[in-house]
Ligand binder design. Sequence first.
Ligand SMILES: Nc1nc2c(ncn2[C@@H]2O[C@H](COP(=O)(O)OP(=O)(O)OP(=O)(O)O)[C@@H](O)[C@H]2O)c(=O)[nH]1
Ligand SMILES: [Mg+2]
Length: 389
Amino acid sequence: MVFNFFKRKTKEQENLIEQARLEQAEKIKEQERLKEEARLKEEARLKEEEKRRDLAQRQEQERLKQEERRKEEERSKEKKGVEATERKSLFSRLKSGLTKTRDVLNTDINDLFRSSRRIDDDLFDELEEVLITADLGMDITMEMMDRIRKQAGRLSTADQLKAVLKKELIALFPPPSPTDAPPALPRPYVIMVVGVNGTGKTTTLGKLAARFTRENKQVLIAAADTFRAAAIEQVGIWADRAGASIVRHKQGADPAAVAYDGVEAAMARGVDVLLIDTAGRLHTQKNLMEELKKIKRTVEKKMPGAPHEVLMVLDATTGQNAISQAKMFHQAVTLTQLALTKLDGTAKGGIVAAVAGTMHLPIQYVGVGESMDDLQAFDATRFVNALFD
Ligand SMILES: Nc1nc2c(ncn2[C@@H]2O[C@H](COP(=O)(O)OP(=O)(O)OP(=O)(O)O)[C@@H](O)[C@H]2O)c(=O)[nH]1
Ligand SMILES: [Mg+2]
């Protein structure tokens, strides 16, 4: 009996213990469930936070990109503005440098049409005179007049005539070379500058040196005019001004030897551009031509393929004489480029077209004054526009 009582008791206790264990297990399970729930919640919160951070980061990156794009647009607008201003100021310098020729071509042609004149033979005769005054030369003037007469039916105003004149003038110049990336230039790029005395060789060479150094090119000048007393000092001043180095000998030294030393130094120093200044006058013209040929031969011997350019500088104020000079030099040293200087001092600006039409050589530069920006890279359309616009 007692035994049964105890046995019942034990059974009850066991049940209680089991219940407590189950409750405990349930509690633990519940705690674990809550823990898991909390963990999942935390994980979701972290994920959410990460998503938000990602989004914020992306938004920030987008904002920075847009900001950068905006700044770039502003910079490019500014750059375009500066370039446009520079172009405008170069163009207005060109225009004002060409004032005397503009007065003949532009003003006189406007005058031809005053009081609503008819386009007739008289008007064409007067136009012919205008072109000859601007020093287009007889041959080119006749050629132009032929072409203009053929279009007479379509012309009734000064502006129409000027438009045809402009088109025909631009056609006189060789078309610009294709705009592909320019080929890599040989180093040193040797430019020999030639021309009769006083045309502006040294000044043009000095301005070119400054142009190249501004483009971060290393420039060396060979002072190969050893004939004229102050020539070496003059080119030395230009070298200082342009930040170029110079190779010089004493006055009276052999110019070909100076040129040779110039090429040797330019090659040894890895210089980008070598500019060779030469004399414009010797005892006789024959001597001058022989000397130029010798310089060219010597340069070629030291560096095959050089000089890469033989640039002839012509003084526009000499008008048609420039053409005979160019022919003579071309025969002696085979020119590759031309520069016409002092266009600011003459109404004979038509000589540029006459030279281009006769020599079939590129006009590379025009000089319209004494300051650095007055030596401009030549562009036929811009030049003709500057004469008429
Ligand atoms: N107005 C004007 N003067 C110029 C221009 N180019 C050169 N000159 C001037 O022309 C004069 C002669 O220039 P130089 O450069 O010494 O001429 P050069 O051909 O080297 O002369 P030589 O060495 O004696 O043969 C100088 O007074 C220059 O300032 C130009 O485009 N316009
Ligand atoms: Mg000189």
